[in-house]
Design a protein around this ligand. Structure first.
Ligand SMILES: Nc1ncnc2c1ncn2[C@@H]1O[C@H](COP(=O)(O)OP(=O)(O)OP(=O)(O)O)[C@@H](O)[C@H]1O
Length: 275
């Protein structure tokens, strides 16, 4: 029999029960081949085969998907909802073959897309949905104006800006999923702050140095004063710095920089590289 989504899931499940050994299903293929959709169907089938299948657990596993997709998927020329990261999903079963938990680990996120994307493609869905779904007040609180004003959005396909309804829907799904998996109002606020901060960070402009290895000058230093810009509370700032780590890559002309900012040493960790 040719590879079949449900058959592969059923065989893995059968072996778990009969041999009591871990089973791995590797889903590979070119972009748009159907890896993401197939994985969702296999998870659905694995949970369905559990003796007392828990709709609640299944719902939780499924509900995390829109969240992951919002942060890690983007429109490409091949796939409107292309996963720009890889994920490792681990399902745990008890002795009776009952699904008792799930862990999802993401890796290889295409971080460079945040700062530069093909003009026919999109940035990560989350940025469009933030502008389409967050209230005016929330956006003002993040010091954000209209989406079209930001490089992070302007670098991609501008037609996506017209799909407000779709992105508002995605935003609502995300907020709902966050609530269901236990995010409280504070966590939501932190999340919005982090997104706002990333958008502001990508607005930082550099003046190119005359010689190689000379430090670059930031043309608009106000953009780096994120705490002032966003009024990040201590708790929020802590999360932000942890999340950002050294991964905020900025690009200006043929230069790229990695900002390793900490609250105490705001500019100290700025490392710049010639591309
Ligand atoms: N089993 C399926 N049933 C219905 N539609 C499907 C199925 N598999 C794939 N598709 C269609 O193909 C599109 C691309 O599928 P999917 O996003 O799963 O591809 P992918 O291999 O994960 O791509 P990428 O590597 O770009 O993330 C989906 O948006 C959907 O329209």
């Amino acid at each position: 029999m040719a590879p079949h989504i449900f058959n592969v899931a059923a065989r893995a499940y059968q072996r778990i029960q009969e041999e009591k050994t871990n089973q791995v299903i590797l889903v590979s293929g070119e972009s748009g081949a159907g890896k993401t959709e197939s994985t969702k169907l296999m998870v659905k089938h694995l949970v369905y085969m559990s003796p007392n299948r828990s709709d609640d657990l299944h719902n939780k596993i499924v509900q995390v998907n829109p969240l992951l997709e919002a942060f890690g998927n983007a429109q490409t020329i091949i796939n409107d909802n292309s996963s720009r990261f890889a994920k490792y999903l681990e399902l745990s079963f008890d002795e009776r073959g009952q699904v008792i938990g799930a862990t999802i680990r993401d890796y290889m996120l295409e971080k460079a897309r945040v700062v530069t994307c093909n003009k026919d493609e999109g940035n990560f869905h989350i940025f469009y949905s933030l502008f389409a779904g967050a209230s005016k007040q929330q956006l003002i609180g993040l010091n954000l104006s209209e989406s079209k004003d930001y490089r992070i959005i302007k670098c991609g396909c501008l037609k996506l800006l017209e799909e407000k309804t779709k992105y508002r829907e995605i935003y609502l799904q995300q907020m709902d999923a966050l609530k269901r998996i236990g995010f409280d109002a504070d966590d939501m606020n932190i999340l919005h702050c982090m997104l706002g901060a990333i958008i502001h960070l990508t607005e930082v402009r550099f003046k190119e140095a005359d010689k190689a290895n000379e430090p670059l000058e930031i043309v608009n230093p106000d953009q780096v004063e994120l705490e002032a810009l966003l009024g990040l509370s201590n708790k929020c700032a802590k999360y932000f710095w942890t999340a950002c780590d050294v991964n905020c890559c900025l690009r200006y002309g043929n230069m790229a920089g990695c900002l390793a900012i900490t609250p105490k040493t705001k500019m100290k960790g700025l490392k710049l590289y010639h591309l």
